[in-house]
Design a protein around this ligand. Sequence first.
Ligand code: ADP
Ligand code: MG
Length: 325
Amino acid sequence: MAMDEFSLIRRYFNRLPRHASVLLGVGDDGALWRPTPGLDLAIAADMLLAERHFFADEDPAAIGHKALAVNLSDMAAMGAQPRAVTLCLALPHGDAAWLDGFAAGFWELADQYGIDLIGGDTTRGPLTIAIQVWGELLPGTALLRSGARCGDDIWISGRLGGAAVALQHRLGNISVPPSVFERCQERLLRPQPRVQLGLQLGAVASAAIDISDGLLSDLGHILQASQCGAEISYSAIALEAGLAELRNQPLVREAVLAGGDDYELCFTAPADKKQVIQQLAEQTGIVLSCIGSIRDEPGIIIKGESGEELHVGRTGYNHFAAENS
Ligand code: ADP
Ligand code: MG
């Protein structure tokens, strides 16, 4: 069944706000939001396009989840508490079956994190989802890319490689056993934003970023902003279950180091914070791995199991790089 624009917004996206800070939500020309006194706003946006960020025939619930998850992940990387989002949708048709799935995936995650949907825009066009997220944090506590210092440890949350291996498997470039694919595919379709971890890292991390384009590329952004370099150990990186035995296959290695889409956090912290961070791992139940350290010399050195230097063909996804145009 196809729906018109206004009944579509009413049916799927017009819910009463849960926070008193939202004075006015969906329904007028704009929303009204009263910021919590004394807190700063953190604002981020992320756009997902069919056939560029996801397959157009993907489960719509997964698309709804992921569109919100990648935005919450930016708040996690800033150390902010996400509060509200706007949702701009371009849809080829107002297909109720597709919207049922999309809205279910979106609201499930929004409910989990107490996020209000306060507005947006809906138009006909090639399937595109653009979300803007608004979060709050205490002044001076934001996790920036620019705070890494020589001698800091480099940490990652969770297990890497799953999302990229699933994508490469689907593209026919790599082949993994079905059970491994299932786990990896879950990472690709339903990334879990590390919001709670991000909120707790304020007290320990010197810099942070979420891994969306690939570890080397995203760590590279920290290094560039902090004007330093890094040495990391490939074997210190926790891998998605089932990938450990495949870790030395060149395409798996590339997926882990440069694949992206895992939405884990990469952060740096002074070496004397090791114990506190390990306690944080126990408290949160999230694997936190120290994978290397920051050095003065620019660039990233990747060490293999016996100390040899590893090289990968690419560092991460870049929309305007020659290979992707
Ligand atoms: P306008 O003509 O002023 O752009 P719209 O008719 O596009 O207003 O939208 C009406 C209301 O519905 C607005 O409050 C807008 O924020 C909200 N809205 C439109 N699309 C969405 C959406 N996809 N998700 C949430 N709110 C939406
Ligand atoms: Mg509009």
